[in-house]
Design a protein around this ligand. Sequence first.
Ligand code: HAM
Length: 425
Amino acid sequence: MARIQTLPGFHDLYPEDVLVRNYLFGIWRNLARRYGFAEFDAPLIESTDLYRKKSGEEILSQLFHFTDQGGRELALRPEITPSLARMAAARHRDYRKPIKWFEIGPCFRSEKPQRGRRREFIQFNCDIIGDDSPAADAELIALAIDLMRDLGFSAEDFHLRLSSRDAWTDFLTTEKIDPSHTPAFLAAIDKMERDPETSAKKLQQIGTKLETVQAFINAAQPPARLQQVLDDLNQRGLANYVKTDLSIVRGLAYYTGTVFEIFDAKHSMRAIAGGGRYDRLVHLISDGAADLPAVGFAMGNVVILDLIEACTEAQIRLQTHIADHSLADVFVIIADESRRPDALQTIQLLRDAGLAVDFPLTPTKFNKQFHGATAAKATVGVFIGDEFPDIKVKNLITRNERPANPTTLVDTVKEMQQDQGPLIA
Ligand code: HAM
């Protein structure tokens, strides 16, 4: 039988990959906290109907779906927004408005695996529910920009393209295009940048032309609401990260007004994050039981890591985080194997004090133990030898050392962790 590999678009995560992933999680959680968002979660598997209701054709064609033993049609979630809309509809009376919630978790889309696109990826979602003001749009956009800044990016590395579907509703009215064509029209605009030829054909079928659409994009002034969003961002000193660009309409069907996407400045990658207002989704998902305006966005973990790799400052921040999250604080070196019982007692003492401790589980040559300390990324070595209860504590980077005994050991180790002493070559 052939060796079983990971499926296309799915990836095994080794410890070094998890360190990188957890760096993103830390930045995401910390930012959400600074903006006053509470964390929520929802099931990985949902009824396919949830996505049929309003995510749009593109997402439906990308569902990983199956029928369960009870004959239910189910899907792995391709996004979390419909689940969130259901949750908000069910319990919104229990929460103060606006509801500000965030979520971090995996999503699944059966897309063609390519650079920036996988079949399993992680999203960070932030949403504000129950507030229809432009201030809520601006708050989320500010959060998205601050997220990029927290990761180490500047206005030279990325920009946020801001748009509104309202402008296109007006365009369709002026061009006398039947509103039933709106989804096909928006899909053609969404694909225009990546595949202008196909979009041109689709626009012609609907009754307009690529040139007319492009002229509209080039001439249009931001609609009044978008201007309010821009003014708000200007007051925060964040307007230089934003470009008004009506060619952004977003691929998902449920968006109603403000929409935005973040791209790398060279525009060499897929969208880093995207979102917008979806004022009708809660109403639709709950069959009218609740009606709440909403705005939100999501960032995936794939494109952002490509961009971190391409940007020195962002790379330094990631590497510093990785270096700061070493596996062990202390490596106990058992210099005299007959002292192993004393070493075990010492290890327990250090762990009880909250220190991360590693040591050789079986008799190991002195030199090999040093390699073990390096592999464990320990900063401090504790040497247990035949002079026990005298113990040697050494900072493995500065190579400075100090004597200790079981009573003074914890304090000495903590002091030696901070040791900055002159580096000995
Ligand atoms: P989306 O544009 O479909 O929006 O996805 C948001 C982000 O998820 C993308 O910008 C990208 O970073 C990441 N992403 C999407 N598909 C993939 C993929 N196949 N591989 C890797 N990364 C991917 C939504 O999902 C909306 N639900 C966002 C939202 C939240 N709108 C309102 N609230």
